[in-house]
Design a protein around this ligand. Structure first.
Ligand code: 3HC
Length: 287
């Protein structure tokens, strides 16, 4: 297996920042990179608040927190981030042209032995692997929101991914305290998003037909099925923009009309009502 000591995370959004912290808590040297200095400093601040909260709540001792901070850095410099990385996790926006550009750049800058992964849940890694000269070292490593809490990581190989790459990424996920699952074949949505998508479509249909309020549909998912959140609450957490972009991309890839974003999702996307991050989605958030 490839020895992994240093992990670079590309993108400091809701996922990237938390994946960086998960890596540092798992004992890896980690760096989170983003092109925007503002985004990087917001991400660092959010992680400071999270760590302070954990320490105050007695969930993390101060020594562990200091050790994690000593292993984690935030930067805008891609060369510095990936120049000595053993594993790169790309968590940039769900747009294929951006991801392909990022993979081509990382491939130039990262050491030859480095494994390059994408956190994408939409695009199988074959759609970025051919932007690099090391397709056998490329796969998906898909985390779930909030990545600091959710245990699952979907590892998805494409036809040319090597066994060493898969074994290394599975082992890294376990060292991060996660429960990785392996998909031997690329399929849009992988496992968990396909299950979630089916539930979400039903939930929106029930709401649109006026069968029940969105609040009651969420209550039923929690109280009847034991889900921690209802489908509307979950869309607001994940981001209606993310949901929209995933559906659009999946429709582009498959041509299947059923994959198109629901018109109510499109309406919210166009209105900039993305959920918790904008203060309004299906629900309104005071701050
Ligand atoms: N970031 C970090 N930690 C968080 C958090 C966040 N955004 N939200 C909650 N937590 C932590 C809390 O600190 C708390 O930790 P503790 O118990 O150790 O102190 C723990 O999670 C539980 O939080 P709360 O008591 O405040 O609230 P809940 O018990 O309701 O848990 C939840 C919150 C973990 C988000 C839970 O509701 C849940 O599991 N929801 C479902 C999330 C889910 O399905 N995620 C997958 C989305 S799909 C996806 O990401 C794929 C992508 O491709 C779209």
């Amino acid at each position: 297996m490839t020895e992994v000591k240093k992990i670079a995370v590309i993108g400091s959004g809701a996922m990237g920042r938390q994946i960086g912290m998960v890596a540092a808590l798992g004992g890896f040297d980690a760096v989170v990179q983003d092109i925007s200095a503002d985004a990087v400093s917001q991400a660092e601040q959010a992680m400071k608040e999270w760590v302070d909260g954990r320490v105050a709540k007695g969930r993390l001792d101060a020594g562990q927190a200091d050790a994690a901070w000593s292993r984690l850095r935030f930067t805008t410099d891609l060369r510095e981030a990936v120049g000595d990385a053993d594993l790169v996790i790309e968590a940039a926006t769900e747009k294929l042209d951006i991801k392909r550009r990022v993979f081509a750049q990382i491939d130039e800058l990262a050491p030859g032995h480095a494994i390059l992964t994408t956190n994408s849940s939409t695009y199988g890694s074959s759609s970025v692997a051919d932007a690099t000269k090391r397709p056998e070292k490329v796969c998906n490593m898909h985390f779930f929101n909030p990545a600091l809490v959710m245990k699952a990581v979907e590892v998805v190989r494409h036809p040319d991914t090597s066994d060493d790459t898969v074994d290394t990424v599975m082992a890294v996920a376990r060292q991060m305290g996660k429960l990785p699952v392996l998909l031997n074949k690329e399929i849009p949505g992988f496992i968990a998003n396909r299950l979630m998508g089916a539930l979400r479509s039903e939930a929106i249909d029930l709401f649109e037909q006026g069968i029940a309020s969105l609040e009651d549909i969420d209550v039923a998912a929690k109280s009847a099925l034991g889900h921690p959140m209802g489908p509307f609450e979950l869309m607001d957490l994940v981001g209606i923009d993310v949901t929209y972009l995933i559906r659009e991309a999946t429709f582009d890839m498959t041509g299947d009309e059923r994959e198109k974003p629901h018109p109510l999702i499109t309406e919210k996307y166009e209105a900039g009502e993305f959920g918790r991050k904008t203060g309004k989605g299906w629900y309104s958030y005071a701050d």
